[in-house]
Design a protein around this ligand. Structure first.
Ligand SMILES: [Fe+2]
Length: 256
């Protein structure tokens, strides 16, 4: 069975993910033990700390694939980037320095700062869409601004963006609040897929299988299949069916 992970930091020594090849190979083994067959490698790009140019990522991904093969690890890897929204993004696209989730340049794994949805986001999303690009917003469930104002995400999704919920968020690794918010987004049709966002950090394990089991338990097999299918469709550059969505209810904080 094919299982696609669209977000992970497995490339050795390029960002805050894996520090060396031995670690990368260990993480790759953990990925396959979790049922993952195909992984998009998404080092941070243009996030103020890391720049990982397209051609470097392509070359490093090829080298990593060779290592995987040499070690008999059945994981197919593709070059990608977790692109931080920034004022130079369109310029970087013009300079062909951006990697997409698919080979045809349709789906872009787009990250916001942890605590903000920049004021120019709407305009940037519009400009990307004008170029035929579909932004996939990564881990909105961990963004403190979106947690406080979920309508910011709802509006972007209504305008055609997709969203990637991190598996660990939904299973509770980042705490109850993030877990609850993940569930609320899923219940409201505001999630499209799971990814691992695997780093080599303490307490950050592959939890994709657990997330799928939980999704199946809480929301049924059909939604779990849809999430898995969406990740496959994105990496293949195929259409993703828009969810039937509703806004999150305003918090009734006087209830307990
Ligand atoms: Fe990431």
């Amino acid at each position: 069975m094919v299982m696609v992970d669209l977000h992970c930091h497995l490339l050795p020594g390029v960002d805050d993910g894996s520090k060396d090849m031995a670690t990368s190979l260990r993480l790759a083994k953990e990925a396959t033990a979790n049922g993952i067959t195909h992984a998009l490698l998404t080092p941070h790009h243009m996030n103020g700390r890391y720049v990982n140019h397209k051609q470097d990522v392509i070359r490093r991904t090829r080298e990593f694939q060779e290592e995987l093969r040499a070690h008999g690890i059945p994981l197919t890897v593709f070059p990608g980037q977790e692109v931080r929204i920034n004022g130079q993004l369109l310029e970087a696209l013009d300079h062909d320095d951006i990697l997409f989730a698919d080979a045809d340049g349709r789906y872009l794994m787009l990250e916001f700062p942890d605590d903000d949805v920049p004021h120019y986001t709407g305009r940037m999303v519009f400009d990307l869409q004008q170029r035929g690009i579909v932004p996939v917003i990564v881990h909105p469930e961990r963004n403190t601004k979106i947690m406080a104002k979920p309508e910011l995400l709802y509006e972007l999704l209504q305008r055609g963006c997709l969203s990637q919920i991190t598996a660990s968020s939904y299973v509770g690794t980042f705490g109850k609040k993030v877990e609850r918010f993940s569930r609320q987004l899923i219940a409201a049709g505001q999630g499209y897929l799971f990814a691992s966002d695997a780093h080599d950090l303490p307490g950050r394990k592959y939890e994709l299988r657990q997330a799928f089991e939980k999704l199946q338990r809480e929301f049924g097999a059909r939604l779990a299949e849809q999430y898995s299918y969406n990740a496959r469709a994105i990496i293949n550059g195929e259409d993703v069916q828009p969810n039937r969505m509703k806004p999150l209810k305003k918090k009734k904080f006087w209830l307990f």
